[in-house]
Ligand binder design. Structure first.
Ligand code: NIG
Ligand code: FE
Length: 406
């Protein structure tokens, strides 16, 4: 009997271990994989004795943790290029939302789409991420906004995970906008989420976490507190779209509930940053939405960094504010628009993204005991991952030690 299923030799490894300098790099490294996990990783010269069923040289290529896109809305109907054109002519996102466009126009298209159609349209988006080295993707609901359509979106996301062999984490975002049936009565819709949608999603095992949009055009802190309290009663962790268009105290609200992450954060105050640091909540920065909305207020990257808040980066792939299907481009934009270092960008789509999904214990860095989710690159150095724009020089993706598949 072999000790290992696969032995990868002659690798340059960016382990991305927390606290390690310089990408946690190991030159002339070896990775021993057994049962889908990393059994041993280190310099070839220090490898313990053992027999491998298969041994493969990586020819000196760089290996990083497989990438993680920890904030997407990649299941949706239709597209919003017409709205994009209007925004370029000066109409604001908020004004379009107030007219019943924006999120609600995607709600209409998503409700009209069959489950099969949603699946077929989302699958290429997921496959494009996999071609860039992504093995774990979070997908939110939030364009159904009624019981059947929210569950339809979550089932579609689950099916995408099953058929692709990637890990898909699903997040219930029924509190994304107030649907037409409850127009003008956000409190009544919140009651409906709490009494009907959330318990159904939980009992059917369709949600890994619960999210909400805390903003003047969506829900206020008092409404979201009721949702989060119920989510926690049901044993679900929470996340929050916070302080994207204004400082609504979203970061502090997320921190009060020990949220996995607070996302966007362009308008987060110093107090908000402190609260995130104290609660251990990850910041998820979304440069695709910042770019598309023409924002000028940057998230407080320096303060987050100085306070030790884990900073993740994600695509926020959605048809309204971030029609971005590339985690590599999100990295490139994180460096250019937010001043993150290339190493922070890579940590943001590996170690810190895992943390933002509550998966830090089993992925996001390359260490013994973690999943063998690995990306192998045709690059001279991992700093190039945030440098190239629109390139994704992936040589190979391994998910639990194997080529991904159902
Ligand atoms: O993350 N901020 C709210 N939600 C999405 C936008 C969704 C939409 O406009 O369709 C976001 O940016
Ligand atoms: Fe979002």
């Amino acid at each position: 009997m072999a000790d290992w299923d696969l032995l990868l030799t002659d690798a340059r490894i960016a382990t991305m271990r927390r606290g390690a300098a310089d990408y946690g790099a190991i030159e002339a490294g070896t990775i021993a994989i057994a049962g889908g996990l990393i059994d041993w990783i280190g310099a070839a010269a220090e490898r313990p004795e053992g027999r491998a069923a298969q041994t493969r040289s990586l020819g000196g290529r760089w290996v990083t943790p497989a990438l993680i896109d920890c904030h997407t809305h990649l299941v949706f109907g239709g597209q919003r290029a017409g709205e994009f054109e209007r925004r370029l002519q000066g109409v604001s996102y908020e004004a379009i939302a107030a007219e019943g466009g924006g999120i609600l126009s995607t709600v209409q298209a998503t409700r009209a789409a069959s489950e099969e159609q949603l699946y077929r349209e989302a699958l290429p988006r997921l496959q494009a991420l996999a071609r860039e080295g992504v093995a774990t993707v979070e997908i939110k609901s939030g364009y159904g906004l009624d019981l059947d359509n929210e569950l339809k979106m979550l089932r579609t996301a689950r099916r995408l995970g099953e058929s692709s062999g990637l890990t898909v984490r699903t997040t219930l975002l029924a509190a994304h906008a107030v649907p037409p049936e409850f127009a003008g009565d956000a409190d009544a819709y919140m009651d409906f989420i709490i009494e009907e949608i959330l318990p159904a999603a939980e009992s059917q095992g369709l949600a890994d976490a619960v999210d909400a949009y805390c903003e003047s055009i969506a829900f206020d802190a008092a409404q979201i507190e009721r949702l989060f309290a119920r989510a926690q009663d049901l044993g679900l962790r929470v996340k929050l779209h916070a302080d994207q268009l204004s400082d609504g105290g979203g970061a502090k609200l997320a921190a009060r509930f020990g949220a996995l992450s607070a996302d966007h954060l362009e308008f987060t105050s110093q107090d908000g940053v402190r609260a995130l640091a104290e609660s251990g909540t990850a910041a998820v920065l979304l440069p695709g939405a910042y770019l598309t909305l023409g924002e000028t207020q940057q998230p407080p990257v320096g303060a987050l960094r100085d306070s030790g808040v884990p900073i993740a980066l994600a695509s926020d792939c959605n048809p309204g504010t971030s029609p971005l299907g590339s985690i590599h481009l999100a990295m490139g934009l994180g460096a250019r628009l937010f001043g993150m270092t290339p190493e922070e960008c890579l940590a943001g789509v590996t170690r810190e993204a895992a943390r933002a999904l509550g998966l830090g214990h089993d992925r996001g860095t390359l260490e013994a005991g973690k999943r063998a989710d690995l990306a192998v690159w045709d690059l001279d150095h991992p700093r190039e991952l945030a440098y190239w724009l629109g390139e994704h020089p992936l040589s190979e993706l391994l998910v639990a030690g194997r080529a991904p598949g159902p």
